[in-house]
Design a protein around this ligand. Structure first.
Ligand code: PLP
Length: 354
């Protein structure tokens, strides 16, 4: 058990809960009443606080704004039929946050600060956690540099915050994606494995071009040859080929997704062959032509599983077979939902009760 940290809490006097319409939630637009804030200076984390959600003041010279010294995380909490709330694999998010922090020369966030901040914030805003099918509380921890100083060097001061948003059922319309053969999201040796802000800013333009061509998102390929698949949009990607689950192996250019990890674990639990290795665009299209490509899907916290319907490659669209209720992607998505909502046993100890 973690020791209980006392977090000074200033409750809102103007709750917005009555305005919440759980049937109409656009992802990331509705925030709960409170947020967690803690500053880092003089080489240590200062007193944490929970305060009403609202705007913050920063120096216009802060190096997060100028040089992108900023990182984030994304995870979800679920409310079961009894009204109990549990968070999915938050310790994994903390480990990844601290791996991102190291890459960006930022201080690590101690476990009790992260976990107590998270749990106490969710407890305070418990009524904001929706409980209808497919809904959850999306949790966004993030850290940014706060020094007001234009030198290009790591900041001495930082702020770590957690904000949360109730999110509705994600409508998993099968995606149209295309291989990216000009731009890159990240390169080996870069910071693609870290959840740092700049990775996302730089991916918007190539994604916009693909969207103008009628695709939902990109299938990023490796930076040196544009031959091997890396990720799909801001998700990891996996394929079922000839009954095997195949996904690009992790590298410094691929983000180590917690959904990816969970999906691979369940596949292994079910006795499925799992291969983490290089997967080329040609291999996937050859498998499609040979009739052995059964499924392709993105995996990430926001959508959990996002099936892919069409893959564009060198100006041509390739339509994937439609999947039935017995498809691996459906079964694994249902299994994850059951674990998260307490309908199935949590045999891997993934859920942390609030
Ligand atoms: C966050 C993210 C993922 C998915 O990670 P999860 O932990 O499963 O949400 C995949 N790729 C990128 C680039 C990401 O930022």
């Amino acid at each position: 058990m973690l020791e209980t940290l006392t977090i000074r809490t200033q409750r809102t006097t103007a709750s917005r809960l009555a305005l919440l319409d759980p049937e109409n939630l656009e992802f990331g637009k509705t925030f709960t009443d409170h947020m967690f804030v803690v500053d880092y200076c003089d080489g240590e984390w200062q007193e944490p606080q929970i305060v009403p959600y609202g705007d913050i003041t920063v120096s216009p010279a802060n190096s997060a704004l100028h040089y992108g010294q900023a990182i984030f995380e994304g995870m979800k909490a679920y409310k079961n039929e009894q009204g109990d709330i549990a968070v999915f694999r938050p310790e994994d998010n903390l480990r990844r946050l601290n791996a991102s922090a190291e890459r960006m020369c930022m201080p690590a966030v101690p476990e009790e600060l992260f976990m107590q901040g998270l749990l106490q914030l969710i407890k305070l805003d418990a009524e904001w956690v929706p409980n209808t099918q497919g809904t959850s509380l999306y949790i966004r921890p993030f850290m940014f540099a706060t020094d007001g100083m234009l030198g290009v060097r790591p900041s001495d001061t930082y702020r770590f915050m957690i904000i949360t948003c109730p999110v509705g059922a994600f409508y998993n319309k099968a995606l149209r994606v295309r291989f990216e053969e000009k731009y890159v999201r990240s390169a080996e040796g870069g910071a693609g494995y870290a959840k740092n802000a700049g990775n996302y800013g730089a991916s918007m333009y190539p994604t916009k071009l693909a969207q103008q061509e009628g695709y939902n998102q990109l299938l990023w390929t490796d930076a040196s040859e544009h031959r091997y698949i890396e990720e799909s949009g801001t998700m990891n990607v996996a394929f079922v080929i000839g009954g095997k689950l195949i996904t690009p192996a992790l590298s410094t250019s691929i983000l180590d997704g917690i959904t990816r990890r969970s999906v691979l674990q369940l596949a292994r639990d079910w006795g499925m062959t799992v291969e983490e290795r290089k997967v080329s665009a040609v291999e996937v299209l050859d498998a499609l032509a040979a009739g052995t490509l059964e499924e392709a899907f993105g995996v990430g916290t926001a959508a959990t599983i996002a099936p892919i319907a069409v893959i564009g490659y060198q100006g041509q669209d390739h339509t994937l077979p439609t999947t039935g209720p017995q498809a691996f992607s459906r079964r694994v998505s249902d299994a994850l939902t059951a674990i998260r909502t307490g309908a199935a046993p949590d045999t891997h100890g993934w859920m942390v009760q609030v």
